[in-house]
Design a protein around this ligand. Structure first.
Ligand code: WTA
Length: 665
């Protein structure tokens, strides 16, 4: 764990909310002040009020919080509800019945619009299909799908019958998928014949075949959606086509009674990287999660019934869960789903979508903004973006240049930008500027939302009240949408998130500083987790992948600052004596491909450096910070007295010099 961090950023610009926006915003200054006062004075009363107001309960709860067995907190635990009922059925009783729930478009231009009524029918039918396949409350289902409406249908069908879904990002490899299947032990895997991405097709079903081939856990059924008309292998009795099941009246009858779920029943598992071991299955609860996605849609995205809302994240990430699927649909909004990359077929694709669907609120990641910014303003200028009224970002700190570009060219200096800090573990937004009230400072996420108690603390857990000093970002009170545990590993949950400050605070893994206006500036991860294009990648995972290659003895992976992706992966690799070192370039290529095969292309190292040994402490710990400096070409200013073998450093310095001269790869 790093020490308290020195602050580097010095950004002083402040942008007030546009007056027009502020006049109509869902929350004004008085309300925000009141909410903050209220939750400070009456924490339980605050949450009780919103939980009863926002959620339609089958059985309302009496008890707000059970903290008797911390950190295993429980919220609203004697209440009963169903998430698919809250996202679908309840809108059918209103004029929203025929409102667009999902507007889908693919990079090849295909479009589909599904109303709430249509989505409801599809979900009910598929829920019955799953039941007929033997799926029961509490069973797990893995969803490995492209960004198509059926992905949302599958998620809602699970929640309707109380099955726990685990969506795996379609960019992950068969091996990564297998790890997740082995951990979650699903009865059924739902996939597609393939998906489109950057003009190519992704072979999803065949990756599922590889993932389940020969594994210990037996998956009963694989349901495949036909999407790209690709030939796939269908194993008799195990594999079924979605459309066959859905057109069979015995399987897919039209109404499925929503299961009465307990507020604390798990809603889904989502795997994310940590600093040690395999990815962790983050478990979210039913009611607390739903509540916070709804409140943040209202407070942070200022959502109005007439809005068309587009969150560009893939459903394989938490952002796609909370702000493409659950949050928008629980609020009865229209959610846009796009299958593809921002730059295909042209770098104007996103702006074309904004104009065509008249999108009002756009939520995306700094890495996408930087990539689009680099391609110039002509692509933007071709389109009328005047429908936009609010912009958002998530995933990593946004650099002020990208912020300014987003503000000026996409928002026409007329849209507030909400920079939202949160995590897979937090379920929804935690720190941001409530638009219409709080001014934005480019590069700062802002302030904790009402109900969220965040602090920047030093090594001992004391608040750091010096704007120039960094510290650790912690959450000091439980909140409804927090993770409940790590799937199957309560001990790891306690250790990972609660041991750093003796069970007192949730420790998020990020460094931050707080300025004189109580604005929080996130300074990045302080653990061994990289942030590449806004995606969390554990250095350990990439190292394990490298070491699983026959030529590798040992590997250390670090991040290097990168203009587009935020961080790029650099791997230091020690080869076996038997490896043919004259095949340098081929080995580099092979190892990069190997990592892609083991984890997925997002984890592919940008650079691989072969070395005879790695710098280690006397206790054998790799000195990553040293390697980080070497990878970035920085002066080494750290204390190296703990180095086990100081000659390693000389060799690495030599390597770096070679790199600088352009032949060190
Ligand atoms: C980083 C994504 C700065 C942070 C929702 C966090 C951010 C990790 C921001 C979680 C932001 C996310 N500013 N950093 N606005 N948002 N992060 O679990 O390091 O994929 O811990 O959740 O991303 O990534 P995750």
């Amino acid at each position: 764990m790093g020490d308290v961090i020195e602050s580097k950023l010095n950004e002083t610009r402040v942008f007030q909310p546009p007056i027009d926006f502020a006049q109509k915003s869902n929350i004004d200054k008085d309300e925000l002040d009141n909410l903050r006062e209220w939750v400070k004075k009456d924490y339980e009363g605050f949450w009780r009020h919103f939980a009863l107001k926002k959620i339609e309960w089958f059985k309302p709860f009496k008890k707000v919080l059970d903290d008797s067995n911390s950190p295993f907190y429980k919220f609203f635990e004697d209440g009963e509800l169903n998430v698919s009922y809250n996202c679908l059925d309840r809108h059918l009783k209103t004029w929203r019945k025929n409102k667009a729930a999902i507007i889908w478009e693919s990079e090849n231009g295909n479009t589909r619009i599904m109303t709430y009524q249509e989505l409801y029918i599809e979900v009910n039918k598929f829920a019955n299909v799953l039941k007929t396949l033997g799926v029961k409350k509490g069973d797990r289902i893995v969803i490995y799908m492209p960004m198509i409406p059926e992905a949302a249908v599958a998620m809602f069908a699970c929640t309707r019958i109380g099955a726990v879904h685990s969506v795996v990002f379609g960019g992950f490899s068969a091996e990564s998928l297998r790890d997740r299947i082995e951990d979650a032990k699903p009865k059924v895997v739902i996939t597609a014949d393939g998906g489109y991405r950057n003009g190519k097709s992704i072979p999803l079903k065949s990756r599922v075949d590889n993932a389940v081939n020969g594994i210990e856990h037996k998956v009963d059924y694989i349901v495949t959606i036909r999407h790209i008309d690709r030939d796939v292998h269908m194993k008799p009795l195990r594999d079924f086509w979605y459309h066959d099941l859905m057109s069979d009246e015995d399987y897919a009858s039209i109404y499925c009674e929503p299961e009465r779920m307990n507020a604390e029943d798990p809603l889904f598992i989502l795997y994310t990287s940590g600093s040690t071991g395999k990815p962790k299955g983050i478990v979210h609860s039913t009611a607390g999660y739903l509540l916070w996605t709804m409140l943040t849609m209202k407070w942070v995205f200022d959502i109005k019934d007439e809005d068309t809302f587009w969150c560009t994240a893939d459903i394989g990430w938490i952002t796609g869960h909370s702000y493409t699927v659950y949050g928008p649909l629980a609020m009865g909004s229209t959610s846009v789903m796009y299958e593809g990359v921002p730059t295909y077929p042209t770098p104007a694709k996103w702006w074309e979508l904004v104009e065509k669907h008249s999108i009002n609120v756009l939520y995306t990641a700094p890495t996408a903004i930087r990539a689009l910014m680099r391609l110039g303003n002509d692509w933007v200028a071709k389109h009328n973006l005047s429908s936009l009224r609010l912009l958002g970002t998530v995933g990593e700190p946004i650099n002020p240049e990208a912020w300014m570009w987003y503000y000026r060219y996409i928002g026409n200096e007329n849209c507030p930008i909400v920079d939202t800090w949160w995590q897979t573990e937090t379920g929804g937004h935690m720190i941001t500027t409530v638009p219409g009230v709080l001014p934005a400072k480019p590069g700062s996420a802002g302030q904790p939302l009402p109900g969220i108690f965040a602090e920047v603390v030093d090594n001992e857990g004391n608040p750091v009240n010096n704007p120039d000093k960094g510290g650790f970002l912690v959450i000091t009170k439980p909140w409804p949408s927090m993770l409940r545990t790590i799937w199957g590993d309560d001990t790891r949950y306690k250790e990972t998130y609660w041991s750093r400050f003796n069970g007192k605070y949730y420790f998020a893994g990020d460094g931050a500083r707080k300025d004189e206006d109580d604005y929080i500036w996130i300074m990045g991860r302080v653990d061994d987790v990289l942030n590449v294009s806004g995606h969390r990648i554990g250095t350990m995972e990439v190292e394990s992948a490298l070491v699983s290659h026959e030529c590798v003895v040992e590997a250390a992976v670090v991040g290097r600052p990168d203009e587009i992706t935020g961080e790029a992966i650099v791997a230091f690799v020690v080869l076996k004596d038997s490896a043919d070192k004259t095949r340098h370039d081929e080995l580099v290529r092979e190892l990069r491909e190997h990592v892609q095969k083991e984890i997925g292309s997002i984890a592919k190292p940008q650079e691989i450096i072969f070395t005879d040994s790695l710098p280690k402490t006397r206790s054998g710990k790799i000195m990553r910070r040293l390697l980080k400096d070497i990878a970035a070409g920085n002066e080494i200013k750290q204390d190296i007295s703990t180095l086990e073998d100081a000659t390693v450093l000389d060799k690495l310095k030599e390597l770096r010099e070679k790199m600088e001269n352009g032949n060190g790869d």
